[in-house]
Each structure stands twice: as structure tokens, then as C-alpha cells.
Write a new protein. Structure first.
Ligand SMILES: [Zn+2]
Length: 235
């Protein structure tokens, strides 16, 4: 094999039919044996307009030189199928996980844990935490319910201390936490001597708008129905 590479100009001339008959054999032979020149030949074969004998613009030439330096011409043939396969994989993954994503966005409900009275083990730590904001609860109408609320924005915990919860024969005091979709989740308050303590551990405080109390039929309700007793907002 002729060790000397075919010059790029020669390849272009060859493709344009401008090379001497005697040269053609040497060029063909070299191209058939030299991968580098073959790729250059194949590139120009693709890039040159057929039947047009003008030399390509300097811009195109620079691009080709850069591609040669990076080994782009050699890789180009291999990368194409890989890129297509990778693209198809991504499409497949998106299609397969789409029902999951949709279902999640529809059914994901805010989650929390709730503890009352003696279930609350660490209220002192919570109350004395400097990160915690203390608020007074806002009673509604002539209600005797009063109390305090501690909100820890960092841990998404809320501690409530309520007083003046009168003993009721026909009703239960129920506590509701309401999220930004106006979904209320209720908990019957375990009242002891007119007081109760409730600790919420929320997944994310920012999902919620407010807490409120209401009077519900004995055993509680799924949604707030009775007269409201107090309000706590944490927005
Ligand atoms: Zn060569």
C-alpha cells in the first residue's frame, strides 16, 4: 500500500473527475486500503453536489478538518445507530412510566402522623425549640375554646394545646387539617378535663393551609359539618 495519504484536494478532484487517468488507479487503490482516506472520500462523496465542479467553500473545509482531528468521521458511522437506540430507549421509558406518573399526581395525598396527649413524648423539646413559632388560636363566635399552637417550619411539625373544650353529650370535638386542594382530614379530639394536646408530623407543611376545629356528631364526620370552634392558619 502506498503509505502517502491522498491529499484532500486530490480526493475532491478525483470525485469531480478532474484527476489524470494515470492518477486514478493509485487513488482508488489507496482509498480501498486506507481507512482514513476512505472516510474522507466517503464524506466528500456525500458532501459534494453531484455534477457541480466548484471547490467547496472554505467554511466547509474548516469543518471537515475539525471533524478529522476529532476522529468524527470514523465515529460517525458507529454513533448513529447508538443515538437512535438511545433515543428509542428514552421514549420507551417515558411511555412506560407515564401511567405511573399520572396516577401519582392524581392520587398522591399529603401524609402525616398525628399523636394526642400521652402519645406525645417530646413536647418539651418541641416547645422550647427556638425554631418554633408560637401562635394563639383564633376562637370562632362565642366559643370557649382557646389555646396555643407551635409550628416548626423546619421539621413540618405542629403542636396544639387546647383548653375550654366543654364536655358534650351529643357531639365530639373534631380537628381538621386542610390542604391547598381544600381537602380536610379530620381527627376526633381526645379531651381530658376540657384540654387536649395534638402533635402533627407532616410530610410537608407547605401542603397545608390551616387547622380548624368543629363540633361533629358523636363518632366524628368524614367532612366538617358542624359549627366551627377555632382556626389556625400557617401560611
Ligand atoms: Zn490514506
Amino acid at each position: 500500500m502506498n503509505k502517502k495519504h491522498v491529499r484532500e484536494e486530490e480526493i475532491i478532484d478525483f470525485l469531480n473527475g478532474d484527476t489524470e487517468e494515470s492518477e486514478n488507479f493509485k487513488i482508488e487503490e489507496h482509498i480501498s486500503e486506507c481507512e482514513q482516506c476512505k472516510q474522507l472520500y466517503l464524506f466528500w462523496q456525500e458532501a459534494l453536489p453531484t455534477g457541480n465542479e466548484t471547490i467547496p467553500s472554505p467554511f466547509l473545509k474548516i469543518r471537515v478538518d475539525k471533524r478529522l482531528k476529532r476522529g468524527w468521521l470514523q465515529k460517525r458511522q458507529i454513533q448513529k445507530p447508538f443515538a437512535v437506540a438511545a433515543g428509542m430507549m428514552i421514549i420507551m421509558i417515558v411511555c412506560l412510566s407515564l401511567p405511573d406518573l399520572l396516577r401519582q399526581s392524581v392520587t398522591t395525598e399529603p401524609k402525616y402522623e398525628i399523636f394526642q396527649n400521652s402519645e406525645i413524648k417530646d413536647q418539651e423539646i418541641f416547645v422550647s425549640n427556638p425554631q418554633v413559632e408560637k401562635q394563639e388560636i383564633v376562637p370562632i363566635a362565642n366559643n370557649e375554646v382557646n389555646g396555643e399552637v407551635w409550628v416548626n417550619n423546619e421539621t413540618s411539625e405542629i403542636l396544639l394545646e387546647l383548653y375550654g373544650l366543654s364536655g358534650l353529650d351529643q357531639n365530639d370535638h373534631q380537628l381538621w387539617i386542610v390542604d391547598h386542594q381544600n381537602r380536610a382530614k379530620g381527627e376526633i379530639l381526645m379531651v381530658e378535663n376540657g384540654t387536649t394536646r395534638v402533635l402533627y408530623r407532616l410530610d410537608d407543611l407547605s401542603h397545608y393551609k390551616f387547622l380548624k376545629g368543629s363540633l361533629e356528631p358523636l363518632g366524628g364526620s368524614h367532612q366538617p359539618t358542624g359549627p366551627e370552634t377555632f382556626f389556625v392558619t400557617f401560611e
